[in-house]
Design a protein around this ligand. Structure first.
Ligand code: FES
Length: 217
């Protein structure tokens, strides 16, 4: 696969805007990998060659980076990439059970996609949202306090094309490709939308205030 002339022009326009933000072009490699992922749904061979060419890097340098970070996919992700946190707190609060039941329900495993291309699954590490454990993410938007049943319903709804609203952030759930474009640094104007993390995140502060505790000086 090679990019058509139209796609190539569009990608180059976006890439040049991103590269222009950095003193050295090679510093733009991480966002550019997200950019090509937004086109292909994964970091394709052509995408890596595109990055190497625009940044003056060798293909080996690009591959060395793209294969290091798990957010860069080596095969097409689903339209909705579903992560289940299996780190310590989420695991003991039910994350392990969610993963097992969801994997069995969908018939796919870690970094695999359903045959309709709608959903892919990933066992993810801590997303710093432990106070809402067990946590799941769809295209990096939070779905808090999940159960095996709610997780299966969520994936069924995604596959059926029913509207699904994250617990926090914007009410419109972007596709994996749309999210990858945002991660490349090209905004979709949705960043300030929706509720943020409150409640359990502020519980420690509430207890400290109620007890008159202060941080050590
Ligand atoms: S352990 Fe799951 S978000 Fe921290």
């Amino acid at each position: 696969m090679t990019y058509s002339p139209e796609v190539r022009v569009r990608l180059e326009t976006d890439a040049k805007e991103i590269i222009g933000r950095y003193p050295k072009a090679r510093s733009a490699l991480l966002p550019l990998l997200h950019l090509v992922q937004s086109e292909d749904g994964y970091v394709s061979d052509d995408g890596q060659e595109f990055c190497a060419e625009l940044l003056g890097l060798s293909k080996a340098e690009v591959v060395g980076v793209s294969t290091f970070y798990t957010m860069y996919k080596r095969k097409p992700a689903g339209e909705y990439h579903v992560g289940v946190c299996i780190n310590t707190l989420c695991a003991v609060m039910g994350g392990d059970q969610i993963w097992e039941e969801l994997s069995e329900h969908t018939g796919i495993g870690h970094e695999e996609a359903t045959s309709d291309g709608k959903v892919s699954l990933e066992r993810i590490e801590c997303n710093a949202a432990c106070d809402f454990a067990p946590v799941m993410m769809v295209n990096w938007e939070f779905f808090d306090n999940q159960t095996p049943d709610s997780a299966k319903q969520l994936v069924d709804d995604l596959r059926a094309g029913k509207p699904v609203v994250p617990t926090r952030g914007p009410s419109r759930l972007c596709s994996f490709k749309e999210t990858s474009r945002v991660l490349s640094g090209l905004p979709d104007e949705l960043a300030g939308e929706g509720p943020s993390a409150v409640g359990p995140s502020l519980e420690g502060l509430r207890v400290a205030k109620a007890n008159g505790w202060e941080a050590p000086k």
